[in-house]
Design a protein around this ligand. Sequence first.
Ligand SMILES: C[S@@+](CC[C@H](N)C(=O)[O-])C[C@H]1O[C@@H](n2cnc3c(N)ncnc32)[C@H](O)[C@@H]1O
Length: 203
Amino acid sequence: MAFTYFFRDLQTLEMLCEHALPYLKTKMNIRIWDAGCAMGQEPYTLAILLRERSTSMYFRNIKIIGTDLDGSNLFGKIIEEASYPKEQVERIPKELFKKNFNAAEKENHFQIIDEIKKCVSFQKHDLTTLVPIGQDFGVILCKNVLLHLNEKQRIEVIQMFYDSLIEGGFFATEQTQKLPEEVKHLFEQVVGNAQLFRKIPKK
Ligand SMILES: C[S@@+](CC[C@H](N)C(=O)[O-])C[C@H]1O[C@@H](n2cnc3c(N)ncnc32)[C@H](O)[C@@H]1O
């Protein structure tokens, strides 16, 4: 099972919401790709944070597609059920937990409310195929995944992300991941304290 947890690297996710939302709010439909989403904790965290900063009408236009290699073939079902054991939800800030989770049928499990669940879907996908799951993403989030690839694959995958973003779209990765020199010219860094980048239009 992949290592991940709810509200991991909250700083990057908050920066992403703060900087991307004003731009995304000018668009009708917002598509977000969370590449390497593991069992859904990250896309659901992002959905909860975006819901906090949007009206319910606007939030309905946001779709987060989580993808993962999913070697165990289990992530799709876990994400669809959106039911997580008690120990996995204990770090979630209390107010947000109360608002977004209900006790699940299964003992000691908590299920994410429908409004948040509807925002997130899952597809099995291998980034190294370099075939994107679609185009016109407002945001691509890929955290703690690129380190599993070699340098050539990392460059190619980031180029694929660039091509799959709308003009002015955002790309976020983990704090310790620096952009390789070969793709630096494609993005501008949005803030100094997070690996949050914005697509520079093609010349
Ligand atoms: C450490 S988890 C990261 C989960 C989440 N993004 C986070 O930051 O907490 C790494 C995930 O990357 C996925 N992964 C590794 N190589 C991949 C590839 N080539 N294509 C898609 N996903 C991959 C793994 O299956 C795993 O679920």
